[in-house]
Design a protein around this ligand. Sequence first.
Ligand code: NDP
Ligand code: MG
Length: 383
Amino acid sequence: MESIVVLGSTGSIGSNTLDILSRMKNRYKLLGISFNNNTKKAIKQIEMYKPIFVCCGKNADINLLKNKFKNIRFLQGEEGIVEMISMKDVDFVVNALVGTSGLLPTYYTLKNKKKLALANKESLVIAGKIFSDMAKENSIEIIPIDSEHSAIYQCLEGRKGEDVDSIIITASGGPFLHRENFENITLEDALNHPNWSMGNKITIDSATMMNKGFEIIEAKWLFNVGYDRIKVVVHKESILHSAVEFADGSIMAQLGAHDMRIPISYALSKPRRLNLEFKINLADIAALHFENPDFERFSTLNLAYGALKKEDKNLSLILNAADEVAVSYFLNKKIKFTDIFKILKYSYAKFENNLNSDIFALKEETKKIKKEVSLLIKKEIGG
Ligand code: NDP
Ligand code: MG
């Protein structure tokens, strides 16, 4: 029996993880969960899944929770999350936090040599080198939850990677795959993803394809491949979740329904597989389509490749910080969809960061860039 902690349990990945864990009661004991503000959902989860520790955000009403659940130990804020994952009893951490909030939890999970299933791709975008080095030094595997990376991971399992030619990441292309003009796109349009149901930030990142850009960076650090061996192909059905091309021209891929409970369950049950209800019938799907991405309309992909080319400037940290601010302004209807692209391009050209910084310096740097990007938006765009 392993003790597990789910960070970001009230989110889209977090809730799906709790669902999967409820089917694996003889393998995992749910020790702790964390959430930020959604107390109502957290209360439901506490009643249903009965964790022993619960960490809430700084602004959540901890006294209300303490009065309601006398047998649970409540912690608060980032320090609370760090305390929870550092507990001796914890074996396994699922990091389903969003944005930079996932950075230190990834760090302390690896530092304390716990198993890690990682959904928080931003950790690898900000500090991929540090985390891949830590994982190697501590002989810990970072198990991907992101569907594309889970697919690649499954195709590579049992291999050392010697014969790998390239990694092929598929992209649904989001709601604006073939839309010529991005002016007048509303928040509601951008939140309407054709295939996946996800949290708001990643849904907007999918609409701009910055998400795919982050996934290129995530793949580099997870699988130790150069950017010139990572390809993106648009596949609008989201059935083939990514692939690996080998030296002899063979391509291996993983296919399945577009439900995140499949990659989540694999991260928790590998190498075995759970019996899940999300089967697909290939004859019903009939056809799968593939096309090259449009790098002009989705300039976000070029920014990600560019950041990997100029690795010494750590531009991926800049992209993550600028994107976090831009998406939050867009979600609050303070800027236009097209402004997100402008802000990313501008920040990429203006800022740089020292890759040799440690994790705490990278966190501070992210904070500083986010502040500067906010000021820029207020000054130039009036958000
Ligand atoms: P959600 O927005 O749905 O959930 C985020 C979770 O993190 C919630 O529990 C939220 O709490 C908590 N949280 C938010 N901000 C903070 C903070 N500052 N401090 C502490 N906790 C915080 O996100 P998703 O589940 O969609 O995504 C989670 C991660 O997984 C992201 O990195 C995303 O890129 C990645 N991912 C997601 C996929 C998906 O299908 N959703 C697919 C692949 C990757 P509260 O609810 O209280 O606000
Ligand atoms: Mg993905």
